[in-house]
Design a protein around this ligand. Sequence first.
Ligand SMILES: Cc1ncc(C[n+]2csc(CCOP(=O)(O)OP(=O)(O)O)c2C)c(N)n1
Ligand code: SF4
Ligand SMILES: [Mg+2]
Length: 327
Amino acid sequence: MNETTTGNGDGSATVAAGVAPAIAEPPREKLTKKAITADLPTWCPGCGDFAVLASFYKVLEKRNLEHEKIVTLAGIGCSSRFPYFVNGHGAHYIHGRAVPLASGISLARPDLHVFLFGGDGDGFSIGGNHLDHGARKNINMTYFIMDNFVYGLTKKQTSPTSPIGFKSKTDPTGAIDQPVNPMKKLISAGATFIARTHAANVAHMMQLIERAFDHQGFSVIECLSECVEFFPDVFDPANPKKGGSFEVIQEKKWDGTPEDELRHDVTDELAAYKLAQLPFPGVFGVFYETDRPTKNALEKKWIETTREKTGGASDLQILQKTFDRMK
Ligand SMILES: Cc1ncc(C[n+]2csc(CCOP(=O)(O)OP(=O)(O)O)c2C)c(N)n1
Ligand code: SF4
Ligand SMILES: [Mg+2]
């Protein structure tokens, strides 16, 4: 029999039957980069993905997130090697299938924060369909897409975001297909937090990771992350250190000033499409954010209602009842 004690205020204690004893949690040490770091990254020197990993470590440290409360998941690709480098729950899963895996984890363990990392090929090509459904169902997770406009791991094939004219092993005379516009795709799919950043701007990346983390629902960040090996310098036009300009979206402050009229309303879908339409390198920041019930919340409610209706019967009893009806 379980027993537990309650203090009487005079140093003595009363034992209550049937209650498990509360075990005091030892005080936690502050999270450090050393504690979050697993393997050393195996990316090529200069790869943009290093900065993404560094930003993620910084956010975990800043928020002092408990390791056991986060999961990092990925498909296949250079960028998808991410979970190997984070000391926490994680999986390097099947190419393009990280969203379904993440959906199951998010729905079954709402106490965990699910982070997904991957590339443009993984997310918009083979995993494009899964991305759409995760977005429309608004399953709670943060998906960080490291877009380098190429398949890096498999050594330079055209990706869904490669620009027309890009010469690769699959398009030796130059790509001819219209590329995906990630922002437009995500808006139309129904993602509830959609943002864009650049791996050369760590402060901006961190801000967006934190906002995505705080958002309830399917949050996605597209990050231009240079593949120095197979598509070098392509993102220089948005890198001030390389002569480009990094134009940040000015969000409405709702302060009634005339300048505010011109600022972006992140809840305005049409305004988000207009920003997504700007020619490369476009703008950076939050394109769209809306508050829509998550599948996690809706499913929880549905389970509770069903449990009430079935009078608190166990899963086995419900299953047995179903079998009995089939007899
Ligand atoms: C089902 C399946 N198809 C194809 C592959 C080969 N493959 C592995 S990674 C990859 C593309 C990776 O590109 P991306 O997602 O952009 O990641 P990057 O390497 O550029 O970071 C492909 C085609 C695979 N592993 N599994
Ligand atoms: S091949 Fe490209 S994407 Fe892959 S690690 Fe090297 S630089 Fe990064
Ligand atoms: Mg890629």
